[in-house]
Design a binder for this molecule. Structure first.
Ligand code: ATP
Ligand code: MG
Ligand code: FE
Length: 336
């Protein structure tokens, strides 16, 4: 089954062609980081206008790189939400036009479902696929979400907990700004953290015992307080130590909760996906144990891409789902 997917939920214009949701024929991502860096974050109107400029060439090169024309495909998939409305609409309209012109079925995909199914994509041609087994615990940690979920089967999501305030990626982005590190914050903090001491500052870990929820705003405030203290004393802020200590606090909580949930629900497999799953500290902490089999997508599938939308779209297609051409985007679509 060959699926072309389109993703424009935030600031990446992306298209990809996959076979059976696992094998990549093409995966094109045009990032807008250079455009938004001057604002220190994503400027929504600029994002949608940039998608309009790049969506057609991106889709065209995804088809060209796959050496396929539309009539050789089986279905189309597109991100329906969650995301920025003005950005989602651009990909949605492109996908509808392709569906109308080709007569192919169109499948609307939840962006978080996409992040999750990135763990099913084959790492490369020579590495055999190693799909996770059910039941599994899924931890989606991205720019807008921190969801801990139980999956007993494909497309079945039971939300155990989520963030009460900032998402994990959002915390990285905000703390990076406090430390005057460039956008996007995750990669900048990771880079600074590599040269810092993770025990230099004992930042709070909000464990919220008895629940599976997360909270990162207290941690952010603690970093802010330390930064101010250094500034008031007229001292240079120890950016690297603060980045390392902040990252350690986030990693501790994420890893603890994921392992505890797996233990409690009898899951041997854990999937961790979304932009923050690219974090080297988190990846290390998740894999330096042998109690659970942890599936983390390769780096290029952690942040936004269309291959993951094709992977999730394939599962929906295989389970008989498709959508009508009058479907609307769903900017705050929860995964359930
Ligand atoms: P969502 O998926 O919730 O709609 P999004 O699509 O904007 O949000 P992603 O593209 O999944 O988010 O991830 C981007 C986020 O991941 C940003 O907050 C970014 O700082 C964070 N991130 C990216 N790389 C790293 C890293 N190496 N370490 C920590 N965080 C990272
Ligand atoms: Mg992005
Ligand atoms: Fe995302």
């Amino acid at each position: 089954i060959r699926i072309l997917a389109v993703e424009t939920s935030c600031d990446e214009t992306a298209a990809a062609v996959l076979v059976d949701g696992t094998q990549i024929l093409s995966n094109v991502v045009a990032t807008q980081i250079d455009l938004h860096i001057q604002f220190g974050g994503v400027f929504p109107e600029m994002a949608s206008r940039q998608h309009i400029l790049t969506i057609y060439p991106v889709v065209e090169s995804a088809l060209n790189q796959a050496h396929l024309s539309l009539d050789e495909l089986d279905a189309l998939a597109v991100t329906r939400g969650p995301g920025l409305a003005g950005s989602l609409v651009v990909g949605m309209n492109m996908a509808k036009a392709l569906a109308l012109g080709s007569g192919l079925p169109l499948i609307g995909v939840n962006h978080l479902e996409g992040h999750l199914y990135s763990a099913w994509i084959q790492v490369d041609k020579d590495t055999p696929a190693n799909p996770p087994d059910f039941p599994l615990i899924a931890l989606i940690v991205s720019g807008g979400h921190s969801n801990l979920m139980l999956m007993k089967d494909h497309l079945q999501y039971e939300l155990l907990g989520s963030t009460l305030d900032d998402a994990a990626g959002e915390a990285f982005d905000k703390v990076a700004r406090l430390l005057s590190l460039p956008y996007p914050g995750g990669p900048s903090i990771q880079k600074a953290a590599e040269k810092g001491n993770p025990t230099a500052f004992n930042f709070p870990r909000a464990r919220l015992e008895g629940t599976w929820n997360f909270s990162f705003s207290g941690l952010k405030t603690a970093v802010l307080r330390e930064v101010r203290a250094f500034q008031e004393m007229g001292k240079t802020v120890p950016v690297e130590d603060m980045a390392a200590s902040f990252q350690a606090a986030v990693v501790d909580v994420l890893v603890e909760k994921a392992f505890m949930a797996a233990e409690q629900y009898g899951a041997h497999h854990i999937v961790v996906a979304g932009g923050v799953s690219a974090n080297s500290g988190l990846r290390k902490a998740l894999t330096e144990q042998n109690r659970f089999e942890v599936h983390i997508p390769p780096l290029k599938f952690c942040t936004d891409n269309a291959a993951m939308i094709a992977a999730a779209g394939y599962q929906r297609y295989a389970h008989g789902f498709s959508d009508k051409l009058d479907m609307d985007v769903l900017p705050s679509w929860a995964l359930s």
